[in-house]
Design a protein around this ligand. Structure first.
Ligand code: AGP
Length: 622
């Protein structure tokens, strides 16, 4: 996620802005920038790609920039590559290649969030004579504010309100207007922002850590409110332009806890970010109820021409492939192979231009997945990457790329990126079925509508996490755990097992439930924990009977199933229920309790949840 900061007061702004941005680095970024005003003078903008130190060096640690009012930004690219010209701040006028220098524009600003309808807004502004220098949705947002500011001439608050009525998406926005020296105007919707004051100075930030050093007295500006910020004072307005009073809150967290948003670990924070990650990803693929994969460059002809799909990945990304296999085969009737990247790169698989190779990777830098991508291209296959990091190597080398909008993932054990990849694969499966005539419009619309219900259903599961926390305390000293399921439930079991073993260090295996009796069931003994995933209605009874086979040999059973299958409680020792959704999308819900179970088990065992032993967030070596 991007990070925004602002300051206005009696001190030099740039050093404070740089310090505040440095406390947001944990959010992940690929470029940064500042805009600072010295009294009535025009704002000075400085940008730099890469780490914040480059921006600090460019501005002599901020000392080279005069002025007591300014805004700053660290960019996690969502629209447009991580380049200098796409770095924030952005302006309402034109901008030279470097993006730095004095700003003639009326409005200069920084933004964290995603504007869903930026394309139509850009067309509107082009028709009104605006030109654009970057690929970002932020530039569109700022030029839209400028458009209303010039057209209605009633001031910044009104211009921002008019923008908010017209825009769809999420934003935490900080703006400086040329006619209002020393002041910052801010607005938010769904993206976090706080405003703090102390001793005649005012601070703005995406998150608490940025300003905790300066003040613990903050205001949480609400959605669709505007803040007018001056040295030591802030005024809030609602969408009608009427002043509103907001309570002032004292922050009691320490700095480390604040970086995790108050959560004990990044993994728990990221588990709770999954509704937003899924919603943002779906909104980038589905516009006005229709699938739009145009950003990837993938054409309907290419989707129709595919005769074989090979999904290639590692770890949890491979588990996404295992789930996607059932969804694509079930909806689109296409044969799907799912290959471990480390194996794929050495196999002599017959590939050709009618094979679509899909490489899934959160980091976009996994060595085995990158090597597999190169092998696929050498053999003439079409390649599509599903990646979370914009501009990463796999994203750049694939023929096409679909970005997941999970934001930076800090914990080694992936959660929100896995979930974002899952729904991306689901949308792709629906599109494949639709363009290949395997699905009528009514069924397509029904499935897309069901996908849009997943964020709320994930939230409902998160609201009941205490049961999993309790059960994890019961299993914390278990030595072996088996996750079993059939069909999509087997794919879910794979991810549940990996989550458990990689952060709790408890030996765990995922097994196709029908395979147990071919050997592994010999390992089941008294009190061996067997977790049965039972979300697929047509396979429910068969998996339950496999669980009974384990129970008859002494196993302790946990059942994971959907609301309504209450009879399962007659057979198992502990049950976890999840909301219902279409059978093809069950993995998005069933994985949440398994993530939480692994997380709480690791915490109960006193382990380093975010940085488990022997593991790296991205395996960039073979
Ligand atoms: C999952 O929790 C692990 N962190 C690991 O299996 C990971 O999914 C795998 O290394 C692939 O990484 P990538 O998605 O960045 O390619």
């Amino acid at each position: 996620m991007c990070g925004i900061v602002g300051y206005t007061g009696r001190r030099k702004a740039a050093p404070i802005l740089l310090d505040a941005l440095s406390r947001l680095e944990y959010r992940g970024y690929d470029s940064a920038g500042l805009a600072v005003r010295d009294g009535e003078k025009l704002a000075e903008v400085v940008k730099a790609t890469g780490k914040l130190i480059h921006l600090a060096d460019k501005t002599d640690q901020g000392r080279a920039l005069e002025g007591n009012c300014g805004i700053g930004h660290t960019r996690w690219a969502t629209h447009g590559d991580p380049s200098l010209i796409n770095a924030h701040p952005h302006v309402s006028g034109n901008c030279s290649g470097s993006g730095s220098g004095e700003v003639e524009s009326e409005v200069v600003g920084v933004h964290n969030g995603i504007i869903e309808n930026f394309a139509e807004l850009k067309d509107k502004l082009l028709r009104h004579g605006y030109t654009f220098y970057s690929e970002t949705d932020t530039e569109v947002l700022i030029k839209l504010v400028d458009y209303y500011y010039r057209k209605y001439k009633i001031g910044p608050v009104d211009a921002i309100n008019r923008m908010m009525v017209r825009v769809r998406g999420s934003y935490a926005l900080a703006l400086m207007f040329r006619d209002y020296p020393g002041e910052i105007f801010a607005a938010r919707k769904d993206s976090p922002m706080i405003i703090g004051t102390k001793d005649g100075e005012t601070y703005l930030a995406s998150d608490v850590p940025a300003i905790l050093k300066y003040t613990r007295e903050v205001y949480y500006i609400d959605n669709l409110q505007v803040a007018r910020i001056a040295p030591g004072q802030v005024t809030f307005y609602d969408l009608n332009g009427d002043e509103v009073e907001l309570p002032r809150t004292e922050i009691t967290w320490d700095a480390a806890a604040a970086e995790r948003g108050g959560f004990e670990h990044f993994m728990l924070k990221e588990i709770h970010e999954q509704p937003a990650a899924v919603r943002d990803t779906l909104n980038s693929l589905i516009r006005d109820g229709r699938i739009d994969l145009s950003a990837s460059g993938l054409t309907e002809e290419e989707l129709r021409a595919a005769e074989q799909i090979d999904i290639v990945a590692c770890g949890s990304a491979w588990h996404v492939g295992m789930a996607a296999q059932y969804v694509i085969e079930g909806l689109a009737g296409l044969p799907v192979r799912v290959e471990l990247a480390s194996e794929f790169r050495y196999r002599q698989l017959p590939l050709n231009e009618r094979t679509l190779v899909i490489v899934i990777s959160q980091s976009g830098e996994t060595a085995d997945s990158l090597a597999a991508l190169r092998v696929a291209k050498e053999r003439g296959a079409k390649t599509l990457a599903i990646v979370n990091v914009i501009g990463s190597t796999i994203a750049r080398e694939a023929d096409h790329v679909l970005y997941t909008l999970a934001g930076p993932e800090i914990a080694v054990a992936t959660t929100k990126a896995y979930s974002a990849q899952l729904v991306t694969a689901d949308v792709l499966a629906v599109e494949l079925a639709s363009v290949r005539g395997m699905m009528d419009d009514a069924r397509r619309d029904e499935l897309l509508a069901e996908l849009m219900t997943l964020p709320d259903k994930i939230n409902r599961i998160l609201e009941e996490k205490e049961r999993l926390q309790w059960f994890s305390s019961k299993i914390a000293n278990t030595h072996d755990i088996f996750f079993i399921g059939r069909g999509l439930d087997y794919a879910i079991s794979l991810e549940g097992s990996l989550k458990m073993k990689e952060i709790s260090y408890i030996h765990s295996e995922a097994y196709a439930a029908g395979e147990l009796k071919h050997g592994t069931i010999s390992l089941i003994e008294n009190n061996t924990l067997v977790i049965g995933v039972l979300t697929q209605n047509d396979l429910y009874e068969k998996t339950l009977s496999n669980m009974m086979e384990c129970k008859s040999r002494g196993a302790y059973l946990m059942g994971l199933t959907t609301n309504g299958h209450f009879s399962v409680e007659d057979s198992v020792n502990f049950t976890v229920y999840i909301p219902k959704t279409d059978g093809f999308f069950m993995a998005s819900l069933a994985v949440i309790p398994l993530q939480l179970l692994a997380y709480y088990t690791s915490v109960n065992r006193g382990l380093d949840v975010d940085k488990p032993r022997n593991l790296a967030k991205s395996v960039t070596v073979e």
